[in-house]
Design a protein around this ligand. Structure first.
Ligand code: NDP
Length: 312
């Protein structure tokens, strides 16, 4: 399959028992690493060490004190940090990842990152004969637990073939998006559309409630009609209508993703007035709600502004 082609694979028989290091046990990294632990010899590292020890006790992994120690002896290194810059920073210094990586290692970055930094990291690691690929994921923390994530891989075809069996530990649909950085590009666009839909649902449903329509009836009708989306079909019923508002993905990270998408569009010299407006609104919501707010909470802001609650 050529690099730009839509080669995708579903879970069949993963290669087991590789030596894998996983760095970044956050909201999504933790359940992803837990699935890796079921199949492989796993070593974990996390900036806040207690989290790594708690994870290891629960899932049977080894813990490394430094990124360097995690990388030493690993056949595959997986990172899942907030930004590509965080991953790049992890390479540096005598205790950093680069000091521990050995020639021939495959390095898969599951961060929702940016293509420019991804290419810079890949170039740096290529000098050590380490192959780097962007492999951001979609499907949320539930998808990570269930092993049903979509993984968007950027890299050459041979790297994709090496990465696929590893990614099958947590991914169901593993797609080769094209050369390095194409996984990042795809993920940023996906999340920008997610953000647009969240904002649109907040504005539309509060308006319907104000107009006298029952919120649940409105959502059910939408979901049997042409205006539906993943936000209306899954997220609003599971989190908004029932008023549970769980925190699984930080709004700050969604805002980061939209920023990456808008930067990409700028680099391409393309105007995108709708996406830019959505980006501004999400950024304002982040500033109003803080760094720990969940990505659906802009809907809550809209509820506050309008005095209409989307419940039912
Ligand atoms: P969290 O904020 O929950 O966790 C971030 C993780 O990165 C933590 O382990 C944190 O360590 C670590 N970390 C943060 N900054 C640094 C740094 N400078 N150096 C080293 N480690 C650092 O994020 P998520 O797990 O939610 O997200 C991780 C990535 O996955 C992001 O790119 C996000 O956009 C993406 N993603 C998230 C999804 C979700 O549903 N949550 C879904 C799909 C993609 P510590 O424990 O010390 O804070």
């Amino acid at each position: 399959m050529h690099p730009g082609g839509v080669a995708s694979y579903t879970l069949n028989s993963p290669v087991n028992d590789m030596r894998i290091a996983f760095l970044g046990l956050g909201a999504i990294g933790r359940p992803m690493a837990a699935r890796v632990a079921r199949l492989h010899q796993l070593t974990v590292w996390n900036r806040t060490q207690e989290r790594a020890h708690a994870f290891a006790a629960e899932h049977g992994a080894a813990v490394s004190a430094t990124p360097r120690d995690a990388a030493a002896g690993a056949e595959v290194v997986i990172t899942c940090l907030p930004t590509s810059r965080d991953v790049e920073g992890l390479l540096d210094g005598p205790r950093g990842l680069e000091a521990g990586l050995t020639a021939g290692t495959l390095f898969l970055d599951c961060t929702s990152g940016d293509a420019a930094t991804t290419r810079r990291i890949a170039e740096r690691l290529a000098k050590r004969d380490v192959t780097f690929a962007d492999a951001p994921v979609s499907g949320g923390t539930n998808g990570a637990e269930a092993g049903t994530l979509t993984v968007m891989v950027g890299g050459d075809p041979a790297t994709f073939e090496r990465a696929r069996p590893v990614l099958e530990a947590f991914g169901k649909r593993i797609v080769h998006m094209g050369p390095l950085g194409c996984g990042d590009a795809m993920k940023a666009v996906n999340n920008t559309l997610l953000g647009v839909n969240i904002l649109a649902l907040g504005e539309s449903l509060t308006a319907l409630v104000k107009a006298g329509v029952n919120a649940r009836v409105a959502v059910e009708t939408l979901n049997a009609s042409s205006g539906r989306s993943f936000v209306s079909e899954a997220l609003v019923p599971d989190r908004v209508l029932n008023g549970t508002w769980p925190r699984t993905f930080r709004l700050a990270l969604l805002d980061k993703d939209v920023g990456i998408c808008l930067d990409q569009l700028k680099e391409l010299g393309l105007g995108a007035p709708l996406l830019e407006r959505a980006g501004n609104l999400l950024h304002e919501a982040r500033e109003a709600l803080g760094e720990d707010a969940d990505y659906l909470e802009p809907i809550r802001l809209q509820e506050r502004r309008t005095g209409a609650e989307i419940r039912g």
